[in-house]
Design a protein. Structure first.
Length: 135
């Protein structure tokens, strides 16, 4: 599936420390408040993951819906970063071969719990960010 009814949604692993920091990083820099977030463990996030073929119990990628299309792995990260103020330069990384970019992404994704840790439950956003979270 390459379409999703909502736009500018970031699907992430809510128990992953690295992934949760990624969401906070994006939220802090997204001054237009363009992106919204959903943890794969939420009802909405699980439905979204299943629609995209991501196993909600063992996710190997985050995803972002932007411009009506879904992006995975390194494409997702580059799509998000390139839409943040001051980060447009990351578009040049799209010139790197996708298999190389996705291999690097996969290495981090496979080891994220071991390297960065894992929460017992999804992290709870602060009140300001909660309005941007879809559950």
């Amino acid at each position: 599936m390459s379409q999703w009814p909502d736009d500018d949604i970031i699907l992430y692993d809510g128990v992953c420390v690295f992934c949760s920091r990624w969401v906070r990083f994006v939220a802090a820099r997204d001054v237009e408040k363009r992106f919204r977030f959903t943890a794969i463990q939420s009802g909405y996030g699980t439905r979204m993951a299943q629609a995209f073929g991501i196993n909600p119990d063992d996710p190997d990628t985050n995803a972002v819906v932007h411009g009506g299309e879904v992006h995975f792995k390194s494409d997702a990260a580059l799509t998000v970063l390139s839409n943040l103020p001051g980060w447009h330069w990351v578009r040049v990384l799209g010139a790197l071969p996708k298999p190389l970019r996705d291999a690097a992404y996969g290495l981090v994704a496979r080891n994220r719990y071991r390297i960065f840790g894992k929460y017992e439950a999804c992290f709870v956003p602060d009140a300001q960010m909660r309005a941007r979270v879809i559950e």
